[in-house]
Design a binder for this molecule. Structure first.
Ligand code: ADE
Length: 221
């Protein structure tokens, strides 16, 4: 898979994508991630990428030209162009699985007060990572990229994400490791029993109980 990210702040990605699982996925060619500073595509003599809004109002608005030109220079017939914006479709695990099946994703990160509405015309869809407003799409693109890369074949063991929270609309069951007792808190006896059927039943029950208590909205789906 190839992921291209259009941003005005490429340095934000350096640390995040050079650690842990994403780093390894890149090194093992499971994913190629390229960060593009769309300011470099600006035809303005001062490399301007924004302007004042028609009709008046606060702040600056990202202009079409640099973003259109940048997208057009990297887009192929296999690309899906995604705009990150708080008014997009709410991002869920189900969409992470769908995006993980794509060959090429292009993320456009908005910034400042907003972007020219016509930028939406070159996007296949728009995603929001939650009902709050970030200073830009950069963190959203990192969150989405992380959630997709871990699902790519061979990046982490398939068993590790089979039981992820939100698969089957259930939260994860509780897990424990050594020691058996820590500050008086004991590991549930069933997990020490070696009885795999019982352990599976216990985990399923705990998963349902936890979801009922913390996220009853998931069970209604
Ligand atoms: N840009 C600003 N806020 C955002 C959000 N909640 N999701 C995606 N992109 C954003």
């Amino acid at each position: 898979m190839k992921i291209d990210i259009l941003t005005l702040f490429p340095e934000m990605y350096e640390k995040v994508f050079s650690q842990s699982i994403i780093k390894r996925a890149i090194e093992e060619n499971k994913v190629e991630i390229e960060i593009h500073n769309f300011r470099e595509y600006s035809k303005d003599p001062h490399r301007k990428v924004d302007d004042t809004p028609y009709g008046g109002g606060n702040g600056m608005v990202l202009t079409c030209q640099p973003i259109f030109d940048c997208v057009e220079s990297i887009k192929t017939k296999d690309s899906k162009v995604i705009l990150l914006t708080p008014d997009g479709i709410p991002y869920k695990q189900e969409m992470a699985y769908k995006l993980a099946n794509e060959k090429h994703l292009i993320f456009i990160c908005g910034h400042y007060e907003g972007f020219d509405e016509r930028i939406r015309s070159i996007c296949d869809f728009e995603i929001s990572i939650g009902d709050y407003v970030l200073t830009g799409g950069e963190l959203a693109s990192m969150v989405i990229t992380d959630s997709i890369v871990r699902l790519l074949p061979g990046v982490i063991e398939e068993g590790s994400h089979k039981n992820d929270s939100f698969n089957n609309n259930l939260l994860d069951y509780p897990t424990y490791t050594k020691p058996r007792v820590f500050r008086g808190m004991e590991v549930p006896e069933v997990l020490l029993s070696g009885d795999h059927k019982k352990i599976e039943e216990y985990r399923k029950e705990e998963s349902i109980k936890k979801t009922q208590f913390r996220r009853p909205d998931l069970l209604k789906k």
